[in-house]
Each structure stands twice: as C-alpha cells, then as structure tokens.
Ligand binder design. Structure first.
Ligand code: ADP
Ligand code: MG
Length: 149
C-alpha cells in the first residue's frame, strides 16, 4: 500500500494524472471515500493522464459515462446501486478496450475483478486528503512504484 497526503485538489489531480498516463486497456480502478472526499476530482486527473479532452463530471443520472482518450475511459458512479445487487454488465466494461474507474466500488464488491487498483481517499480537513493506493496485480504494482507527489 502506498500512502500520499495531498494539500489541495491540484495535487490530487497531479497524482491521478501520473496513474492515468500509465494505465492500459482492461485496468480497473476503484475509488472509495465519503461524499466530497475527492473521487471525481481524482478521476478528472486520471482522465487528463489518459488524454481525454472532454470535461469529466460526476455521472449522476447515468451510472456509466464513456470518454474518448488515448484509450477509452469508462467512468462509473455506482452509489445508486447500493444494496441492489444489480449487474449492469460490468464485465463488458472490465474486458473492454478501455480503463474502468468506479466511484463507490464498495457497493458492487461482488462484481469487482481481483486485479484492480484500489484507491481510498480520506478527508483530513478542508484541503488535505489522505490517499491510499493499493495495487492488486504485478503491472499495477510496477506503476505505483513510480508515483511521486
Ligand atoms: N486535496 C484535495 N483533493 C481533492 N479534492 C479536494 C482537495 N481539497 C479540496 N478538495 C475539494 O473537495 C471536493 C471533492 O469533490 P468530489 O471530487 O466531487 O468528491 P467525491 O466525488 O468524492 O464526492 C471538491 O470541491 C474539491 O475542490
Ligand atoms: Mg463523485
């Protein structure tokens, strides 16, 4: 597990961007943390690293939004699936051409692949966040070794 403390949203995005630059098709990232922790902010940085041109926003009304980049980004917010046990075809995304990012992954634990990059964000105060990054594959572990704030 790798631990970072960021002091503002730019720093969170800078960290996420480094990850985005190194992601490969079929990589899955989980983002967990309270409302306002910075999951969507992190995704914006990730998207920048994936060379996504459009602005990334919370997929509030749809569960998944797809963005074009160097490779596609599938951005999910599964908050509304809490307790539903509904499978919206997760495997098609996980095995697709792109990278999947899942906000509130704690609600779909049973559907998550074993190999994934687990990110937990905790609010320390208004501007500081503790970001824990836990890789669950060799490739993701290599990627994490190069991260620095
Ligand atoms: N260090 C930081 N990292 C990320 N976001 C931060 C940080 N400091 C302040 N913020 C603010 O916290 C909020 C995070 O919101 P958001 O990313 O939508 O959270 P979530 O998706 O987890 O609900 C944003 O308004 C952002 O500007
Ligand atoms: Mg969000």
């Amino acid at each position: 597990m790798y631990k970072f403390t960021t002091i503002n949203e730019n720093e969170t995005q800078r960290l996420a961007k480094q990850i985005g630059e190194k992601l490969m098709p079929n990589d899955v990232l989980t983002l967990d943390g309270d409302l306002g922790a910075g999951k969507t902010t992190f995704t914006k940085g990730l998207a920048e690293g994936l060379a996504v041109k459009r602005t990334v926003n919370s997929p509030t009304y749809t569960i998944v939004k797809e963005y074009k980049g160097r490779i596609p980004l599938y951005h999910m917010d599964v908050y509304r699936l809490e307790d539903s046990e509904e499978d919206i075809g997760f495997d098609d995304y996980f095995n697709g051409e792109g990278v999947t990012v899942i906000e509130w992954s704690q609600y779909i634990l049973e559907f998550l692949p074993e190999e994934r990059l687990q990110i937990n964000i905790e609010k320390i105060d208004e501007e500081r966040r503790e970001i824990k990054v836990t890789p669950h594959s060799d490739h993701l572990n290599e990627l994490c070794k190069e991260l620095k704030l």
